[in-house]
Every structure is written in structure tokens, then in C-alpha cells.
Design a protein around this ligand. Structure first.
Ligand code: SF4
Length: 436
């Protein structure tokens, strides 16, 4: 039996996406400001209060969240922790079921219940902290959530159920947030949202992503600004002009396309056609020639025919995306697709996803070979297994490719940039040496 702590200590556990990381960082910052002892993802296991920030996106993510809750519920049963609280998307979406199924949790909270959670922990919600977030990522890069929620009707997606409608933060607030992060050593910010291209429509009555990028690029000390979660339909092309004209905006865009056949784009209610999707990709490359495009696709959505899948493979082969991920469709109750017949068998979903990743692996390998002999500006994130590991402006943390530099012959401070000459390439990662 562990000795009882005299003072409370909170351990915050984050599951899911970068937007959840930002939410956990806001909770962390609020507790610190309330003079709480708090850690994020503590490995010391010495906290007596645990807050789990869950993910409720698709099957695998939901299962991971449930397993984590059960693990800490067990720890509570055997007296290893005193209090267990659960927040985030799974809790927002399934609160009544969770309260019934896992009653050992002291209290469940929704995605917008930070003040209530703080009150339950005995802390006050400090408004003045807005924009003063402590980050849990390596100090040289930080996620900046430019809006919450989503107004899109995508058939397969449960996010609007968990995150509500689209709410943008003001440009002023985001510029203040960016300045605050730079003061604490951040050099790269990653702009995240459910749909970043919708930015401003709610509070300014027009799309303001281009203006936001412009304003952020004027923040001294910000070396890289990276754009994630763009939406193809009604894509604001002026964003590309700003990206091309500003050296500290990464020539990088993450634009989940999900599919390409008209049949599937219609069933998915993506509000765009196959032809228009191709036009958007072509325009992005025309306006920012050296851009790296990351996209995400879904295999096995209800009604996906062999022909639809062939079209998807042709599209991936033709467009040679720099970075690509693919999910197998997850049948989510409460979504429009959830009312359809899930007619593509699971193994066939997985086979199709594997076929697409094989195509992508070959493309990535060919694109990487062309980088051998070239020099890139690299931001170093960590030291790992005898290598300094970093990224070019064409790579986002956690999801994209990396550059490995042998630590025996080179010395680099983590969080620093360095010019690296690429000496060899693998399917995804690159190897190189630092140019002095
Ligand atoms: S844009 Fe579509 S897929 Fe993305 S969060 Fe909104 S509804 Fe979901």
C-alpha cells in the first residue's frame, strides 16, 4: 500500500489529437497558477489525483481511452490514487454510459467544462491566463488551436457531436498567444483546428486565415508557422499567396481529402467533387511550387465500390503526395454514415488501406531519394538511439518524416536549427550531416 500523500498532486493524462494536448495544457497552466503540484503524463506515478483527457474519435481511439480509464480505476480500487476524473471527447459523447459502466470515476466532464473541473479540484479558473499557456511539447514548438468545433456535415465524423459548432479565437488573442509562446522559447507554431480554413467566418463574417497568417508571421522570433487541418471545399486561395510571400510560413499544408471518387465524396457529404479536388491540389502546387502536401484518406466507407477504390489508388499515384495517412472507416453512431449499412468487411477495409500505404511508401521512397545531396534547414527535436533527430519545414512533429544525424560526429542543441546535407534516404526518413 503506497504511503498517503500529505499534499495533493495531479497527473494529467492526454489521449487523442493535438487539440486535446492544447486542452490539457490549459488545464495544466490553470492548476500551476493555482499553485497546485501538477504533472503531465507523469512517469513517477506519485500523483494521488488523476485527470484523463480522453479521445472519442473512432473505435481504436475509444478503446484506448476506455482501457486507460479502467487502468486508473483499478489503481484507485487498490488505493494507489485517491481521485479519478475523466474529461475530453469520449466523456462528452458517452457520459451517461460511462457513469453507469465505470462508476469508480469520481466525476466525468465535457469538452467545455474546464471551469467546472477546476472547481471540483479546488482551483479557480483564472481568465487572465488566456494566451499564457504552459506547453507540454518540447519548448521549441507548440500547437496553437485557432478555433474549436466544426460546422461541416461530413457524414462519417463524430467530432461536431463532441466539440460543438465552429468558434474562432480572435486574431488579437492568437497573436498575443504566439508572442507569449515565443517569449518562452517557442520557434515553431502549428496552427490546428477541426477546419482551419473556416477560420473567422463566425466572428468576422469572412474567411480570415490569410490575414491571421500575415499577422502571425510578423511576430518576432517565430521561425516556422505550420498550417494543419485545411478543408478542400471553398479553400481560401489567398492563404497560398501569404504562404509564398512569407519566409517563416512553412511551405507545408495538411489538407485531409478523405476520398476522391464523386460517389464517395457525395456519400461523405464533403461538399466537393473529384474534379474540384484535383483543381485545388493543382492550384496549391502552382501557387507554392516547393510545398509539401500532407493528406489523410478513408478506406472502406459504406458504399465504397471496387471502382471507387481504384479511383482512389489512381489519385494517390497521380498526385504523389509528400505525406499521406489513411484510416479504415469506423462506423460511428450518431453520424450520418452511422445510419448507412457498413457494407465493406473489416478485412477488406484493412486490405484497401494497406494497398494505398504500399503505393505511398514507394512514392515517399522515390521523393526521398531526390533529396540526397541537397541541404535543408532542420529543427532538432530530440536525441534518440545515437542520433540527433529533427525535421525539415516539410515535416510536422509526430506524423511526418524525420532527419537523423549521427550524434558521434555531430553536436547539436535540441531546439536549435542547423543546415543539414542529406547523405542517404530511406522510405520515410533521411540521414545527413551538419554543415558547419
Ligand atoms: S471538417 Fe468534417 S471531418 Fe473534419 S472535424 Fe469537421 S466534420 Fe469532422
Amino acid at each position: 500500500m503506497k504511503t498517503k500523500r500529505k499534499t495533493d498532486k495531479v497527473n494529467i493524462v492526454t489521449l487523442g489529437c493535438s487539440k486535446n494536448i492544447v486542452d490539457s495544457e490549459e488545464l495544466y497552466s490553470q492548476l500551476k497558477a493555482n499553485k497546485f503540484e501538477v504533472e503531465h503524463e507523469s512517469i513517477k506515478d506519485d500523483a494521488n489525483i488523476v485527470v484523463i483527457n480522453t479521445c472519442g474519435f473512432i473505435d481504436n481511439a475509444k478503446q484506448e481511452s476506455i482501457d486507460t480509464i479502467l487502468r486508473f480505476a483499478e489503481a484507485k480500487k487498490v488505493g494507489e490514487i485517491d481521485k479519478l476524473y475523466v474529461t475530453g471527447c469520449l466523456s462528452q459523447r458517452y457520459m451517461p454510459d460511462l457513469q453507469k459502466e465505470i462508476p469508480d470515476v469520481d466525476k466525468y466532464f465535457g469538452t467545455t467544462h474546464l471551469p467546472q473541473l477546476l472547481k471540483t479540484l479546488g482551483a479557480d479558473y483564472k481568465h487572465e491566463l488566456i494566451g499564457e499557456r504552459l506547453i507540454t511539447t518540447p519548448s521549441h514548438y507548440a500547437y496553437v488551436k485557432i478555433s474549436e468545433g466544426c460546422d461541416r456535415p461530413c457524414s462519417f465524423c463524430a467530432i461536431p457531436i463532441m466539440r460543438g459548432n465552429h468558434v474562432s479565437k480572435s486574431i488579437e488573442q492568437l497573436v498575443t498567444e504566439a508572442k507569449g509562446l515565443v517569449k518562452k522559447g517557442t520557434k515553431e507554431i502549428l496552427l490546428i483546428a477541426q477546419d482551419s480554413t473556416y477560420y473567422g467566418l463566425d466572428i468576422y463574417g469572412e474567411r480570415k486565415l490569410a490575414e491571421l497568417l500575415n499577422r502571425l508571421s510578423d511576430v518576432d522570433g517565430l521561425e516556422w508557422i505550420r498550417l494543419h487541418y485545411a478543408f478542400p471545399s471553398q479553400f481560401p486561395m489567398e492563404v497560398l499567396d501569404v504562404m509564398q510571400s512569407k519566409s517563416n510560413i512553412c511551405k507545408y499544408i495538411d489538407i485531409p481529402l478523405q476520398h476522391t471518387s464523386d460517389n464517395m465524396l457525395k456519400a461523405m457529404r464533403r461538399g466537393i467533387t473529384s474534379a474540384r479536388t484535383q483543381e485545388v491540389v493543382d492550384k496549391i502546387r502552382e501557387k507554392v511550387p516547393e510545398i509539401a502536401i500532407r493528406t489523410t484518406l478513408i478506406a472502406g466507407h459504406p458504399g465504397e465500390t471496387e471502382k471507387d477504390f481504384e479511383d482512389l489508388c489512381k489519385f494517390v499515384k497521380y498526385n504523389r503526395f509528400d505525406r499521406l495517412g489513411i484510416f479504415t472507416y469506423s462506423h460511428e453512431e450518431g453520424t450520418h454514415s452511422g445510419t448507412m449499412i457498413d457494407d465493406v468487411p473489416q478485412e477488406e477495409k484493412e486490405r484497401r488501406a494497406a494497398v494505398v500505404m504500399d503505393i505511398q511508401q514507394r512514392i515517399s521512397s522515390e521523393l526521398n531519394q531526390k533529396k540526397v545531396g541537397k541541404t535543408f534547414k532542420v529543427l532538432f527535436d530530440r536525441k534518440d538511439s545515437g542520433y540527433f533527430v529533427g525535421r525539415t519545414e516539410f515535416d510536422s512533429p509526430e506524423v511526418d518524416n524525420e532527419v537523423l544525424v549521427d550524434a558521434k560526429n555531430n553536436y547539436i542543441r535540441i531546439g536549435d536549427f542547423a543546415q543539414v546535407k542529406i547523405t542517404s534516404a530511406e522510405d520515410f526518413d533521411l540521414y545527413g550531416s551538419v554543415l558547419s
